[in-house]
Design a protein around this ligand. Structure first.
Ligand code: B12
Length: 373
């Protein structure tokens, strides 16, 4: 190893004298064969790691020499490839049609948290294309999409839909940068911020939910899509805020209940209420009942807004209602979330329910007996 280091330094100095920079240099890690030299892999990995971590140089390796003379060489090559990726290898000379080797590459990228490593791994191993439906998604369209996804699973290939809104597609595919670009583009074309949310972003994330339910999508894809959607909303939020008047129609404490981390819908409701003139105190997600009630009491809130997206967390709402009653807090309670219904609201004693953010403003107005809502 010492000798290798000396050689690297000699060449590096000479190259730099000739005007080359570090970015112009690639060190070949020299792969010997492990059948003849038991330390062959370790030595190469040390070289790769030294170049990457100490010198900041790119490396290359002719991979398959490692297994020369051994049986079932692809197992050795794949393991070596994964180890080399961990050591920081920049490029490999390898056979890209070897399935096992390439799967190992994608799996290693996933484990090393490379950009979009999770999504690329899932796409590679499932070899599925995403089903998309049109931008204005109805309940029927969603269930049809679910069926399509199911059919696609059977033959392993899902055909892409025809009528595509690029923004919808970008959220479904979890492409954050693309979402930012397309939202900016739509705004520049004069599209209203609220329409962008209603017509592209919400249908897209709902569609992702269907794909997840059908096990066409896995958790990393769900997370990517949620993040992509959030980055779109971040751009739209200040635009929506422009119309605010500054007057206050009342104080609303809003939160996603304890053990539930879904907050996209709750954030939209908070945004709408703010835009209509409510003073909104947003406690975030996974918020215990005690904190919600304490805040409502301290702030003398008029209304408490609760969000829950899971059957396992909706009963937390009941806890909040009971605590509000016990503590004699005057605020009324309005609830919502994908799993919530009017009859559930009635059952737990919540005064209001709404199916979406737009309706939430109307319900808030009614509960606070405002004539202007
Ligand atoms: C995005 C998403 C995620 C994201 C959340 C990111 C975030 N920052 O919110 C991530 C990836 C983190 C996630 C994680 C999980 N998720 Co998830 N997720 C979803 C998904 C696809 C979309 C939810 C969403 O944002 N919809 C868009 C918004 C705009 O709609 P909304 O939330 O319904 O809100 C609207 C209305 O409901 C209403 N509303 C909402 N809140 C409120 C509040 C008030 C006061 C009012 C008046 C109205 C109101 O107005 C909103 C705006 O119009 C849903 C599927 C679905 N169809 O809902 C699954 C879903 C909710 N998730 C699910 C699951 C199982 C999980 C996980 C447990 C997965 C796992 N195994 O780890 C974890 C949860 C961990 C936890 N402890 O909470 C299941 C729940 C199943 C169930 N019935 O219980 C669903 C239904 C997916 C599925 N089909 O299986 N998820």
């Amino acid at each position: 190893m010492e000798e290798k280091k000396e050689i690297i330094h000699t060449i590096l100095e000479a190259a730099q004298k000739h005007g080359l920079s570090k970015e112009d240099i690639i060190v070949d890690g020299l792969v010997a064969t492990v059948g003849a030299n038991k330390k062959a892999a370790i030595e190469t990995l040390e070289t790769v790691s030294y170049c990457k971590n100490e010198l900041g140089l790119a490396t290359a390796c002719g991979l398959s020499n490692i297994s020369f003379g051994l049986p079932e060489r692809m197992f050795v090559n794949s393991a070596f490839m994964a180890m080399a990726i961990q050591a920081g290898l920049t490029m490999a000379i390898a056979n890209p049609v070897q399935e096992l080797l390439m799967h190992a590459v994608y799996a290693a990228d996933l484990l090393m948290n490379k950009p979009e490593g999770d999504i690329r791994y899932i796409e590679r191993v499932s070899e599925k294309k995403v089903t998309v439906v049109t931008g204005d998604v109805s309940a029927e369209a969603l269930s049809a999409a679910g069926k399509k996804a199911d059919d696609g699973k059977k033959d392993g290939s899902i055909k892409e839909g025809e009528n595509r809104d690029p923004l919808f597609l970008a959220v479904v595919k979890g492409r954050k940068e693309k979402v930012i670009e397309l939202v900016g583009q739509k705004l520049a074309e004069g599209k209203e911020a609220q329409s962008i949310i209603d017509e592209s972003l919400i249908p897209a994330i709902s569609h992702v939910g269907v794909l997840f339910e059908k096990q066409v999508y896995y958790l990393p894809q769900l997370i990517s899509s949620a993040e992509a959607m959030e980055s779109g909303i971040e751009i739209l939020e200040p635009v929506l805020a422009e119309g605010r008047t500054g007057k206050s129609l009342g104080t609303v404490v809003i939160a996603t209940v304890e053990h539930d981390i879904h907050d996209i819908g709750k954030n939209l409701v908070a945004l709408m209420l703010k835009n209509y003139g409510y003073h909104v105190i947003d406690l975030g997600k996974d918020v215990p009942a005690e904190e919600i009630i304490e805040t409502a009491k301290r702030e003398d809130a008029d209304l408490i807004g609760l969000s829950a997206l899971m059957t396992t967390t909706m009963m937390e709402m009941k806890k909040v209602v009971e605590l509000r009653n016990k503590e004699k807090v005057r605020a009324k309670i309005m609830i919502g979330g994908a799993v919530i219904t009017q009859s559930f609201a009635d059952e737990i004693g919540a005064e209001g329910y709404s199916k979406d953010a737009k309706e939430a403003v109307e319900v808030a107005g009614k509960l606070l007996e405002r004539k202007d809502c």
